[in-house]
Design a protein around this ligand. Structure first.
Ligand code: OGA
Ligand code: MN
Length: 298
């Protein structure tokens, strides 16, 4: 039987079946997956038993893998280095993290609506998150469709947003979640970067909002006004009608398009229950301003 694609909603999120991601992927199957991905932006692959190598191999089919972790590994030891972001609540020794651990304080920022790596000059195209062990209660991941959110804006607002450039900075989101302890190495590696506010997706020609809790200022606007507009857009873009809440099952892989979705993790009892997940992050082809043909300073 061939690969199946079952939409979760008519235009956002779909479940892909009859495929074993452990095996080398036929070109035709990859085409089906890519077509579904551009259409639905979130794809769910249930009942996969992936090793880290297999997770990585499948991810590499979508582009170059981000190889550097955001936090300084010396200040924040992690179970993984390089290609894998640890999305668990486990410390480097495999035990549940401590209440005041640096990892825990930093990752609390994942509970704010965001899109991965928009704070990097070369942001992310997509992320692929694999769940080994899930939390018994909570620990869901919510996704918001930024194409639908853009589409729903009044024409006058669309006109106002066109061409605006936003400053994304990891410090903006972490200030909001209460983490301020970036060290010198991290501050140097993670300067504020420009991203366009409305982007066009090359595969479909559809437009999407591109905003996140990493966004802090809008170029050419007073700080307060920019901040207010970002907050207004975040509130608009995360209304229920744009949101799919993913309730995890063990051994499931979910991939999402970071160019046109936001996501956030929901609470769980992270000091008592293990939630073991790892993410591979794929880079986009260029900075979002460059892709829109907007020149920005180096
Ligand atoms: C991520 C992320 C939220 C969650 O993996 O990028 O933000 O549900 N995850 O843990
Ligand atoms: Mn994330």
């Amino acid at each position: 039987m061939s690969i199946t694609v079952y939409p979760v909603t008519p235009h956002f999120a779909a479940e892909v079946g009859n495929i074993d991601l452990c095996k080398p992927l036929a070109g035709a199957d990859l085409d089906v997956i890519k077509d579904a991905f551009w259409k639905y932006a979130v794809l769910i692959f249930p009942e996969q038993r992936l090793t880290q190598e297999q997770h990585l191999e499948f991810s590499e089919r979508f582009g170059p893998v981000e190889k550097e972790r955001t936090l300084d590994p010396k200040a924040t030891p992690s179970r993984f280095s390089g290609e894998f972001a640890d999305i668990s609540n486990l410390a480097a020794d495999g035990k549940i993290w401590g209440e005041t651990s640096r990892q825990r304080l930093y990752k609390a920022g994942n509970k704010l609506w965001h899109t991965d790596s928009s704070f990097k000059r070369l942001p992310s195209l997509c992320s692929l998150l694999y769940a080994r062990t899930i939390a018994p209660i909570g620990g869901h991941t919510e996704f918001a469709d930024q194409r639908a959110a853009y589409h729903a804006l009044p024409d006058a607002t669309k006109a106002k947003l066109q061409g605006l450039v936003v400053e994304h900075w990891i410090v903006h989101s972490r200030r909001r979640s209460g983490f301020t302890e970036f060290n010198e190495d991290e501050m140097k590696r993670l300067p504020p970067v420009p991203q366009v506010l409305v982007r066009t997706l090359p595969q479909t020609g559809r437009k999407s909002l591109y905003v996140a809790s990493h966004a802090g200022r809008i170029f050419g606007m007073p700080d307060d006004a920019g901040r207010a507009l970002i907050d207004e857009l975040l509130a608009h873009a995360t209304q229920r009608q744009f949101v799919y809440t993913h309730r995890w099952r063990p051994n499931e892989l979910v991939m999402w398009d970071n160019r046109c979705t936001m996501h956030r993790g929901t609470d769980y009892d992270d000091l008592r229950s293990v939630r073991d997940m790892a993410r591979v992050t794929i880079s986009d082809i260029a900075n979002s301003c460059e892709q829109e043909g907007i020149a920005v300073a180096a």
